[in-house]
Design a protein around this ligand. Structure first.
Ligand SMILES: Cc1cc2nc3c(=O)[nH]c(=O)nc-3n(C[C@H](O)[C@H](O)[C@H](O)COP(=O)(O)OP(=O)(O)OC[C@H]3O[C@@H](n4cnc5c(N)ncnc54)[C@H](O)[C@@H]3O)c2cc1C
Length: 492
């Protein structure tokens, strides 16, 4: 199952007939097959192999999508759901051609906010910037958890790929924050999953408050990379926007000492989030190209946003954090703890981009390509992972090595992500070689990559329990017997 076969998608119907049908469904202004329009959808920022789609459609409503899915299912035409293509894994590159369904342009409404149970119902195209602005203006005491992704990336795309965001130390994966979906299945059925399942025709917008206690059918769509159905609505949890908020930074000397800081602070319940960057990433953030670490400089910094409902509670959390750092220093670590505002004023105000999310993270700007091995990682292996990834970067004398990670859900698991900004079209082979080596090393240590490009899922398949693969493929063929949804992903 690991070989992706070339597929003749015009076997049953001609390209001209498909085009006519699409214009029928979506209207001529929402369909294109011009090369110039298709080209931007044929690649992303990674080194994954580009592939042209045959058509782009811009949907406005479910009726259009139901008609499209039935037609594609009958004629075995691939459908690739697309929001903004910022997944950093090649996941919207149409592996077997076909139709890109671009949800970002017109299905991008914030449909409902429930203040009491703190959730938002979103169409797939809503972006982080849009949600933040809407909440700040209309529900200022609520907030979302934002990634380091740009403000124009999709909220639903991030949640269904189990993103890790700015409240992740408290709440864990964004996949866990989904309350419900409305989805279109391969035969055109429109299903609602989660507590919104009550209601024969429509749902009450105030009924999208829980994922449980029914069988967890949301799992049929989370992390499947758009291969099991088209999500048309998604309810995501919101969180109190506490009045007392501040962030702290630590600088840490010693390559692997960061691991103890992460684990100890992470499980303390003092911080909303704790993420780490190597010093090279911090230098890139202030636009030093080809950053080097010089002897005597710290190896890592952490960013730790904190929040509380009252000043007393905030002060108590702060005291706890300060005590943990003091204890670690007593044990021989070399850690400086600073207020992020002071750090930014002294160092460079541009580092605030990494705190005032959603923001465009500057290290990703100067170069045209970006690729990573992003993974859920066992936190007891952080030391080994950091040492080995650093050694691989050094072996290749790589110009902009970024090491990033964080603690999830108070330390139940972690994130480990070596990141490679690179010059697209000039350095693809070179970065891919480094990526392969990093991937082999991290898989060996038990890391589980997310937003996985196909070349990576191929490596994973060699290590995964065959029973899991059998179950996974059975579910896929049951959900999508004609393999029309984003075919080729996960080497399906
Ligand atoms: C610089 C940078 C930094 C980032 N930092 C982080 C970070 O800190 N944390 C983090 O978690 N992520 C991060 N990301 C990744 C990013 O947050 C998410 O992957 C992104 O938000 C996904 O949204 P999108 O609009 O790009 O989705 P797309 O890439 O368009 O789609 C994502 C996947 O969902 C599928 N899909 C799209 N629409 C539907 C639908 N309606 N139904 C079913 N399937 C669908 C697609 O086929 C694809 O497989 C970063 C990205 C960048 C570029």
């Amino acid at each position: 199952m690991t070989q992706i076969k070339e597929r003749n998608i015009f076997e049953k119907v001609s390209k001209e007939d498909i085009f006519k049908k699409l214009v029928d469904i979506f209207g001529s202004e929402n369909v294109t097959s011009k090369q110039v329009d298709l080209y931007p959808y044929s690649y992303d920022m990674t080194e994954c192999k580009p592939r042209m789609p045959d058509f782009i459609v811009i949907p406005e409503n479910n009726n259009q999508l139901v008609e499209l899915v039935k037609y594609c299912n009958d004629n075995q035409i691939p459908i690739v759901p697309y929001i903004t293509g910022n997944n950093v894994g090649g996941l919207t590159i149409p592996e077997q051609g076909g139709i890109i369904v671009d949800f970002g342009k017109k299905m991008n409404r914030i449909l409902h906010i429930n203040e009491t149970m703190m959730y938002a119902i979103l169409e797939p195209g809503v972006t982080f910037g849009q949600l933040k602005k809407y909440l700040d203006e209309n529900h200022p005491h609520l907030r979302y958890s934002y990634p380091y992704a740009p403000p124009y990336a999709g909220v639903v795309g991030n949640a269904i790929l189990s993103g890790m965001n700015s409240l992740s130390c408290k709440i864990g994966s964004m996949g866990d924050s989904i309350n419900g979906f409305e989805v279109i299945l391969a035969d055109g059925t429109v299903a609602r999953v989660g507590s919104c399942f009550y209601g024969l025709e429509d749902s009450d917008p105030d009924s999208w408050w829980s994922r449980y206690p029914m069988p967890d059918l949301l799992g049929l769509f989370v992390n499947w990379q758009g291969t099991t159905g088209l999500i048309t609505k998604c309810a995501v949890q919101l969180w109190p926007n506490d009045p007392f908020q501040k962030a702290y930074v630590t600088t840490i000397f010693g390559l692997t000492d960061i691991a103890d800081v992460l684990r100890e602070v992470g499980k303390s319940e003092a911080v909303d989030d704790i993420s780490f960057f190597n010093i090279q990433a911090v230098k890139l953030a202030v636009e030093l190209e080809n950053p080097k670490k010089f002897p005597g400089e710290p190896d890592f910094i952490t960013i730790m946003p904190m929040s509380a409902k009252t000043e007393d509670l905030f002060e108590a959390k702060k005291k706890l954090l300060f005590n943990i750092i003091e204890e670690l220093n007593k044990k021989g670590k070399k850690i400086l703890l600073l207020d992020l505002d002071d750090f930014a004023k002294v160092f460079d105000l541009r580092v605030r981009c990494a705190y005032d999310l959603p923001a465009v993270i500057l290290p990703t700007v100067p170069r045209s390509g970006l690729t990573w091995f992003g993974s859920y990682a066992p936190t007891h292996k952080f030391e080994e992972l950091i040492e080995k990834a650093d050694a691989i970067f050094q072996k290749y004398d790589y110009h902009s090595p970024i090491l990033y990670g964080k603690i999830m859900k108070y330390g139940h698991y972690g994130i480990f992500r070596p990141i490679l900004p690179y010059n697209k079209y000039k350095e693809e082979e070179y970065v891919h070689k480094i990526m392969e080596e990093i991937t082999d090393m991290c898989l060996e240590a038990g890391c589980i990559p997310y937003k996985t490009p196909n070349w990576m899922t191929e490596k994973m398949r060699k290590k995964i329990n065959p029973g899991w693969i059998k179950l996974f493929e059975k579910i896929k063929s049951c959900m999508d017997p004609n393999n029309i949804f984003n075919p080729g992903r996960w080497n399906l």
